[in-house]
Design a protein around this ligand. Structure first.
Ligand code: S3P
Length: 173
């Protein structure tokens, strides 16, 4: 594998957890783009959003995505990463994109059990308002996510099946 593998998908779809497992299964390094950003800015993402705004965050995210995406590794991106500037085009050209798909209901269940405060986009949302937000945002973002080379049903997959999809994709290049 000489290209990076980008895991893309909505907040709470399990990009980081699956990314770590996939990296070790494929014997590749693992990079978490959010973590790279946090290290770079020296503060949490919610703090950065409130101090500098989303636009600045997106500019930095795009720059760091393209810097990190030069190595063969499994890279888990942020939920918004493919949806700004030319990021998705860049991902498709420079790596293999895997979309981790989950229904809004499943995302809702998972996000309710997660630390909402760590995600500025979800600030103050819970219950039905959270579900409605997920439905709307996912609708807006799916045109980007769905361009991925490989689409995976997060609830019904295995590392073996993902590796096979990657190999099949590479044979068709
Ligand atoms: C965001 C998702 C987050 C993080 C930031 C913005 C988004 O990453 O990049 O809070 O706009 O969907 P996760 O998908 O890892 O939560």
């Amino acid at each position: 594998m000489n290209k990076p593998i980008f895991l893309i998908g909505f907040m709470g779809s399990g990009k980081t957890t699956l990314g770590k497992k996939l990296a070790s299964y494929l014997n590749l390094d693992f990079i978490d783009l959010d973590q790279v950003i946090v290290k770079h800015i020296g503060m949490s993402i919610p703090d950065y959003f409130s101090e500098f705004g989303e636009q600045k965050f997106r500019e930095l995210e795009s720059r760091l995505l393209k810097e990190q995406g030069r190595q063969a590794a499994v890279i888990s991106t942020g939920g918004g990463s493919p949806c700004f500037f030319d990021n998705m085009e860049w991902i498709l050209k420079n790596g293999i994109a895997i979309y981790l798909y989950l229904t809004p209901k499943a995302l809702h269940n998972r996000l309710q059990q997660s630390n909402i405060a760590s995600r500025p986009a979800l600030k103050g949302l819970q219950g039905d308002a959270l579900l409605q937000f997920i439905e709307e945002k996912l609708n807006e973002r799916e045109p980007f996510y769905r361009q991925a080379h490989i689409q995976i049903d997060q609830l019904n997959t295995s590392l073996h099946a993902i590796r096979q999809s990657i190999e099949t994709h590479q044979q068709h290049l």
